[in-house]
Design a protein around this ligand. Structure first.
Ligand code: C5P
Length: 311
């Protein structure tokens, strides 16, 4: 008897994020900075479908333009799959099909979400049965934001951003995201911050060795209060990102003039994340920014981390 069974496909989904607070400490010898960040996972998702194959490959689709993305071994999803195969002693490969909805090189952790969803999909497909802790260790090796894409929700990240502790959060926050038609390189933005700190070392306090998330941020998240959170949104990477791409300042201003409680650069940019008071405020802001010919999407947070989706 011949088998007509379709090849098994495992579908995993992981979210993008905004950093509602990001403080960057001093540059360390390994080229990284100690950070203190409050992550919130938001409802823009990367969907990864994994099918057994002899070697490793990836294709892209989805709502964002994926034309320029690498599909070779430099791609973070391929790195995630090969790393897991090596770790688990699995000798074959995987075909990955990724639907991308998080802006590329936008400061919202889209590549990190690809990697997190790929780890989970391949772990399930191959039956490698690594523990959650083991998968999180691999995630941290793949990138500073990958563990958070795996866990989702609301969390405090320290170290490189990969040492996570959960944060209490209530309710749902409404975000309006203004997308840029260009990407920004995270290392470039960090290095612009270092240059700025070097230039002004006489006038500013030295970077903290062990930065911390302000307690006011934790309180606002715990209260689920958008007005409180808007008061304390903070991102040390905003100034260097605006220095590199000055036109982003006008986008922040436009959003704040049109009802946003606050706007800020998301992660290392260039996406601008606006916090709205409620759904009506978010819809009005979306309309106003779209009328100004900006590309805008709405999202809510917090949402769950990487999980398997039943198709
Ligand atoms: O960990 P990830 O690969 O996402 O980091 C990309 C780059 O961002 C690093 O090579 C480094 O230049 C910068 N980075 C940093 N400090 C962090 C996280 C990232 O300097 N905590």
């Amino acid at each position: 008897m011949t088998s007509s069974a379709a090849p098994k496909v495992v579908h995993a989904r992981a979210p993008g994020k905004v950093n509602v607070f990001l403080k960057v400490g001093a540059l360390l010898d390994d080229g990284y900075h100690d950070v203190a960040t409050a992550y919130q996972a938001v409802s823009l998702y990367e969907d990864v479908r994994a099918t057994a194959a002899d070697d490793f490959s990836v294709t892209f689709g989805g709502s964002v333009d994926t034309a320029g993305l690498a599909t070779d071994g430099t791609n973070l999803a391929i790195k995630a799959a090969t790393m897991l195969a090596r770790r688990a002693g699995y000798r074959k490969g995987v075909r990955l099909e990724i639907d991308k909805n998080v802006p590329i090189a936008g400061g919202m952790g889209g590549g990190s979400a690809d990697a997190a969803a790929t780890l989970l999909a391949c772990d399930t497909l191959w039956g490698t049965d690594l523990t959650r802790e083991e998968l999180l260790e691999l995630a941290a090796q793949l990138g500073s934001d990958v563990p958070f894409a795996f866990t989702g929700g609301t969390a405090i990240g320290t170290g490189r951003g990969d040492q996570l502790s959960p944060a209490l959060a209530k309710g749902t926050f409404q975000w309006v995201l203004a997308l840029a038609d260009f990407g920004m390189s995270t290392p470039d933005v960090y290095s612009e911050l270092d240059k700025h700190r070097d230039r002004h070392s006489q006038d500013i306090f030295p970077a903290e060795m062990q930065p911390q998330v302000d307690t006011s941020v934790l309180q606002a998240l715990r209260a689920g209060d958008a007005h409180m959170l808007a008061e304390v949104l903070h991102n040390d990477l905003q100034a260097p990102a605006l220095h590199l791409e000055p036109e982003l300042a006008a986008v922040i201003e436009l959003g704040e003039e049109n009802g946003a409680l606050a706007g800020m650069v998301s992660g290392s940019g260039p996406t601008i994340a606006f916090l709205a008071a409620d759904l009506d405020g978010a819809l009005e802001l979306q309309i106003a920014l779209s009328a100004a010919r900006l590309t805008v999407v709405r999202a809510t947070g917090p949402v769950h981390g990487a999980r398997i989706v039943g198709d």
